[in-house]
Design a protein around this ligand. Sequence first.
Ligand code: UD1
Length: 355
Amino acid sequence: MKIVSVVGARPQFVKLAPVHKAIRAAGADHVIVHTGQHYDPMLSDVFFDELGIGAPDVHLGVGSGSHGVQTGAMLAALDSVFDEHRPDWVLVYGDTNSTVAAALSAVKMHIPVAHLEAGLRSFNRRMPEEHNRVMTDHAADLLLAPTQVAVDHLAAEGLAHRTVLVGDVMTDVLFQVRDEVSDRPSVLVDELDLTAGDYYLATIHRAENTDDPGRLDEVIDGLAGLDKPVVLLAHPRVVARAAAHGVELARGSLIVRSPLAYADLIAAALSSAGIVTDSGGLQKEAFLLGVPCTTVRTETEWIETVELGWNVLANTAEEISAGVSRPRPMATDAAPYGDGHAAERVVKTLLSAAG
Ligand code: UD1
């Protein structure tokens, strides 16, 4: 059995780590293809090193570009990679341009494609991620859904027969890293002279929040006006857009810092008073760590976090401020994101579906 995983952006490297471990444990061949969508060491190499994945087998070096240019370059490069390896499965992750490019290339070459994290929907058709995930789900042969809500979305689109509920592989890696860092203080506390439990951790990178100058300014205003220091782990996209738009990031309560490696991010989240983000992964990580989250978006794919009270959607400066100062949510035993063994289920499903 040979599986080719195609990844390219930071959250995909996190999801790849437990899957790679489970594929190796099952004795299958695993070829890792990195498209090169993310290339800064802190968005890429650090995850391969830290999470024990090792170097990718193939690196396409595609880099940044408009959606069409970036996705097209990946498509052009992937055909020969799949042709050379002729895998039993191509495995694609999440909702980035790397995901849709790999799904499209594989399906046209008649190579079975499995989509990990299938069935998420924001129902916001302006989001590039929504285009990517809808197209990938409809192209793929096997839909590995993280939650019951995702299973229901796929059924509503007529895709129930290709769907398997496996749980969320991010839970697998998060639980392991949380246990490793739980007695380690965050590097941010010393570095930025903060008090543990008395700062907010923020990330903003989505096109909806960064591409329009007025919108970016409004979001930054909301963060800058909060009542505690706010550490903004600045994705290169927000830095690039802020510079282009002439928006000052380091103002008011805001402290701008480069992104953290995964274990450092989890430690920083654990010692924070709350998280403010537009990242999908971090909303879920906050929930699983028991840290209140305020999400700077008009909708979320991870609605369980909102229904259980650990996440609120906030768009204006007032809503962001109300979000971070709301009373601490009620503890919950609900486990909508699985039991930490999703990757094993993914591999079992791939092995049995191929037979
Ligand atoms: C991509 C995904 C998004 C995911 C995010 C995780 C798409 C459409 N978007 O967004 O779903 O949540 O990754 O981080 O696939 N840049 C660098 N260095 C890098 C990578 C990017 O400086 O290593 C800068 C460039 O200015 C680039 C911009 O960030 O133009 C955007 O990068 P891109 O890969 O297009 O999308 P992300 O915003 O990272």
